[in-house]
Structure formats: structure tokens, C-alpha cells
Design a protein around this ligand. Structure first.
Ligand code: NAP
Length: 310
């Protein structure tokens, strides 16, 4: 099967690229092996995406993008990609079921939560350890929970957890938060939130489920044990770069390096959204990246092929 543009990943970046590409008359396929919408799907309230006066859920926002891309004729393909040949003018994308060809490929594979890598984390995942307050928060009604991290995710999700839990500890390795000020202010005002500064979780302990956390204070060297029903880990994100050939240039953390046109170092290959080395990872920046990538890919196709016909 042949396409003008193949987009890999249907989060906000990929969906935006698909809207621009398909609306521009390019034959467009967008691959997603998981849930359409990507990471933002598990966000309960998005209130900083322009155009919506009231907050809406991540699912509702990406559902609208999905329908918009479908309306312009983008093909959504839920096959798992196993290999890619990105060199030359004809790009190859192989899945477990088929082989696809395209003139240009836009990589929007996103990122996933970083693990703490402490004893008990893996053992109790799904039994008190979670990476998604929106998914699991309601299980902790009147319980005591902790969020680990000091970024937007930890504080926003911690605030969300105060709807259910009787107490939400924020355990952060420094003595100031990285989260946006407006979110910090809300957290400081929330009587259910308590901050444990300069501290890291050393061990997540329990028998069949999480029962307490061993916490180490990096300034005082003190170790404390706090009884806990659940712990939500938000210590950053890692790129989903497993599929990328060694040819694509990455930064030291594994995110794809692009120029301002979203072009990677490989001709005809673009990257957009969380997979990209960037200063800000928001839905609005992902959708902007996606639009630029689709526009750049179209220009590249026009310059490198005689016709837009497949
Ligand atoms: P982040 O901004 O990278 O924050 C990660 C936090 O975890 C930091 O506070 C960091 O501490 C801490 N940390 C990292 N490794 C750790 C470790 N091994 N042990 C303990 N703590 C550790 O990640 P994020 O909060 O997931 O956000 C990711 C991106 O999405 C950001 O660009 C963020 O702005 C964006 N985001 C935006 C919104 C929004 O605008 N509404 C919501 C969610 C996410 P240090 O501070 O000491 O480095």
C-alpha cells in the first residue's frame, strides 16, 4: 500500500499532522498500536488548550482531533510497526501484517513515564503503585497517597487526587517545585496536600499491596517510614524511540533532534510532539509541531517528486 505521508503515532502531534496532511490533499496514513490520543488521554482536565473556555478531558480533546482527521480522509491503521526503512525517496514501513510505502514519514511516537527504579515499584505496580491518577485515583477514597515529583504532572495529578484521598503527600527531591506557578499556588492552598521536601523514596514496602514508603531526606540523612495506601510516580518522561533507526540523530536523553521545520537529519523524515527534543511538552506545542511537520513534508515531497500522485 502506498501513501504520500505516513504518520507514526496518533497523539495530539500525529493527529494534527494528519489533519494538515489529509486536508492538504495528501494521501495520509496514521498508525497507532495503542489508544488514539496518546498520553493526554489519561488527563482528567485540560484547561490550557486554547479555544475551550471550560476544561475538557484529554480523551474528549483528542477524540475531536481524531474525528477531524477522519473527516479529511486520513486512514487510521491499528497495526504494530515492526521495521522501517527510512533512507532514499521511498520510505518503507512494515507491520506485523503489511508493508507500506510513503514519500515522507512523520514520527510522533511520544513518550512514557520514567520509573523510579526502587525496590517494590515493579512488585506493587497495579497494587498501590500507579502512573495514572485519572485511571486509579477513585480507588483511593479516604485513603492516604503520595505523589513523587515536583513537575506539572506530579502537582496537577496530586491536586486531582485530593478529590478522593484524605491526604496527599508530595515527595520531592528538592525544596522547590518545577511546576507552573498557578498550579503550585493551588497546591499550597489545598489543605489535603502536604509537602515532603529534599526527599526521595528509597523503597515501596508492603505484603500484598503498598503499605508504607521508606523516605530518605537528602539534607538531614534521616530515614522515615510513612504508612501509605498508594503512590503515584511522576518523575518525568522517556522517549518512545525503540523503532527509530540508529541513523536518526537523538539528544543525550534519546529525544529526536529536529530543526525548526521538524526535519530530522534524514531527508524526508520529520518528528513532532513529545518524541522531539523541545523546551515545552504541551498539547498545544505538539499540535503546532504536527502542523509544521505536515507542511514541511508536503514541501519536501513537492521538491523531490514530479507529482503528488502516489
Ligand atoms: P518534569 O517536568 O520533567 O518533572 C519531573 C519531576 O520529577 C521533577 O520535579 C524532577 O525533579 C523529578 N524527578 C526526576 N527524576 C527523579 C527521580 N529519579 N527521583 C525523584 N524525582 C525525580 O516531568 P512532568 O511533570 O511529567 O512533565 C513532563 C512535561 O509535560 C513537562 O514539559 C511539563 O511542563 C508538561 N506537562 C504540562 C502540563 C500542563 O501544562 N498542564 C501538565 C503535565 C505535564 P527536579 O525538579 O529536581 O528535576
Amino acid at each position: 500500500m502506498r501513501y504520500d505521508i505516513i504518520i507514526i503515532g496518533a497523539g495530539p502531534a500525529g493527529l494534527s499532522a494528519a489533519i494538515y496532511s489529509a486536508r492538504g490533499g495528501l494521501k495520509t496514513a496514521i498508525f497507532e498500536k495503542g489508544m488514539i490520543g496518546g498520553q493526554i488521554n489519561v488527563t482528567d482536565e485540560v484547561e490550557n488548550y486554547p479555544g475551550f473556555e471550560e476544561p475538557l478531558s484529554g480523551f474528549d480533546l483528542t477524540d475531536k482531533m481524531h474525528k477531524q482527521a477522519q473527516r479529511f480522509g486520513a486512514d487510521f491503521i491499528d497495526e504494530e510497526i515492526t521495521a522501517m526503512g527510512l533512507e532514499g525517496l521511498c520510505k518503507i514501513v512494515e507491520t506485523t501484517e503489511n508493508k507500506y510505502r510513503a514519500k515522507s514519514v512523520i514520527i510522533c511516537t511520544g513518550a512514557h513515564p520514567r520509573r523510579l527504579n526502587v525496590p517494590g515499584e515493579e512488585q506493587f505496580t497495579g497494587r498501590g503503585v500507579s502512573y495514572c491518577a485519572t485511571c486509579d485515583g477513585a480507588l483511593y477514597r479516604d485513603k492516604t497517597v503520595a505523589v513523587v515529583g515536583g513537575g506539572d504532572s506530579a502537582i496537577e495529578e496530586g491536586l486531582f487526587l485530593t478529590r478522593f484521598a484524605k491526604k496527599v503527600y508530595v515527595i520531592h527531591r528538592r525544596d522547590s517545585l518545577r511546576a507552573q506557578k498557578i498550579i503550585q499556588d493551588r497546591a499550597y492552598k489545598n489543605p489535603k496536600m502536604e509537602f515532603i521536601w529534599d526527599s526521595v523514596v528509597q523503597e515501596i514496602r508492603g505484603e500484598t499491596k503498598v503499605q508504607d514508603l521508606e523516605i530518605y531526606n537528602r539534607k538531614t540523612n534521616q530515614i522515615t517510614h510513612i504508612p501509605m495506601d498508594g503512590v503515584f510516580i511522576y518523575v518525568g518522561i522517556l522517549p518512545n524511540n525503540e523503532l527509530l533507526e540508529s541513523r536518526i540523530e537523538l539528544d543525550s536523553s534519546g529525544f529526536v533532534l529536529t530543526d525548526e521545520y521538524m526535519h530530522t537529519n534524514v531527508p524526508g523524515i520529520y518528528a513532532a510532539g513529545d518524541i522531539r527534543h523541545t523546551v515545552l511538552r504541551q498539547v498545544v506545542t505538539a499540535t503546532s509541531d504536527g502542523a509544521i511537520a505536515a507542511w514541511s513534508a508536503e514541501k519536501w515531497i513537492i521538491e523531490n517528486y514530479d507529482s503528488l500522485e502516489v
